[in-house]
Design a protein around this ligand. Structure first.
Ligand code: MN
Length: 334
């Protein structure tokens, strides 16, 4: 012990490519549409806000559709300036499009289909690309990175206190409060934290805000309704609930399930949320499993490797669709 000294500072695993810096520099004060994936999360919204502030007042943020509840709670005031993607395209037909935090076409309805009317000019993402991905002229894709915010932080030389706040929130949210983080993540935070007007503890507490009582009641109900089976070493859990199925699926994973599928149905149809434990997420194609589950509901599905969902009008098929999802998850050998 003690013989080996760390002689030099470890180099960062990656840093912003020069061509991306140059491409963004050219877009400064030009009309730009910044967009991100369906059901935009804190990372997507925060990275868009920080980048828009960097590019100037002609940069508009146009989400794919709704944003999620955490991002609305943390940044609802900033979201008042968001406009729909269709409106942005109609108002600024010549604006270059920047896509953040996604490249999977199943969660990018604004670039939907082969006959898509537009393509992004720039892509900045931390999800790996596949043959089906939505691609851009200039790309920076870093699958090892915790978040889109971590990458955008690297593209902003002098972040304001507001930009620092957004980027810290995005990094903390997408890294599951630093459970999925590396040296680059901590380097980005150590640079941003002194610039924010709030302390790290204050920002972390904003993220840890408990859900409302109705949501927590639905989670408790979900735990009561839960059924599970042990398959080898793998615990698969499911529940049918009256609402808040995504929170129920999260709670089932926190309670120890390796795979959790929670669903709800009403007059309009059925919705299913599926989660897998982080260490299983790479081995299982959960978005593909949810696409097939969505078809069983007469609708569609997709999402992220660890968190995905399906929905469709055939609410009466909810139980069968949950059974199908569990069978497809159980089939995957680990
Ligand atoms: Mn992200």
């Amino acid at each position: 012990m003690g013989k080996k000294r760390v002689a030099q500072r470890a180099k960062p695993a990656y840093s912003a490519p020069k061509q991306m810096m140059a491409a963004l520099e050219k877009l400064r004060n030009k009309p730009v549409i910044i967009t991100f994936h369906s059901l935009g999360d804190t990372d997507a919204v925060a990275s868009a806000l920080a980048l828009a502030a960097e590019l100037g007042p002609k940069a508009v943020i146009a989400p794919a559709d709704r944003t999620n509840s955490e991002s609305r709670r943390l940044m609802s005031w900033e979201m008042k300036k968001f406009i729909s993607f269709e409106t942005a395209r109609a108002k600024f037909p010549d604006a270059k499009i920047i896509l953040l935090d996604a490249n999977d076409p199943s969660i990018l309805p604004q670039f939907g289909g082969r006959a898509a009317a537009c393509r992004p000019f720039i892509l900045i993402d931390h999800h790996s690309v596949s043959r089906a991905s939505v691609r851009a002229k200039t790309e920076w894709v870093e699958p090892e990175s915790s978040s889109a915010c971590e990458l955008v932080a690297d593209l902003i030389i002098h972040p304001s206190s507001e930009q620092a706040r957004w980027l810290i929130l995005g990094i903390l949210s997408d890294s599951a409060h630093l459970m999925r983080a590396d040296a680059n993540t901590f380097a980005a935070l150590s640079r941003l934290i002194p610039l924010s007007s709030q302390s790290y503890e204050q920002l972390l507490n904003e993220l840890r805000h408990p859900n409302n009582a109705t949501c927590r009641a639905a989670v408790l109900e979900g735990l009561r309704q839960c059924t599970w089976k042990l398959q080898g070493e793998r615990l698969l859990a499911s529940a049918i609930v009256s609402s808040h199925e995504s929170h129920v699926a999260d709670a089932l994973i926190s309670a120890g399930a390796d795979v959790a599928v929670a669903g709800t149905s009403d007059k309009k149809g059925a919705r299913i949320s599926a989660r897998v434990r982080a260490s299983l997420a790479d081995e299982m194609d959960l978005p593909a499993i949810m696409r097939e589950t969505g078809r069983a509901l007469g609708g569609m599905g997709g999402g992220h490797p660890g968190a995905a969902g399906a929905s469709g009008p055939r609410g009466e098929r909810l139980e069968d669709a949950i059974g199908l999802a569990l069978r497809l998850c159980a089939k995957v050998k680990v």
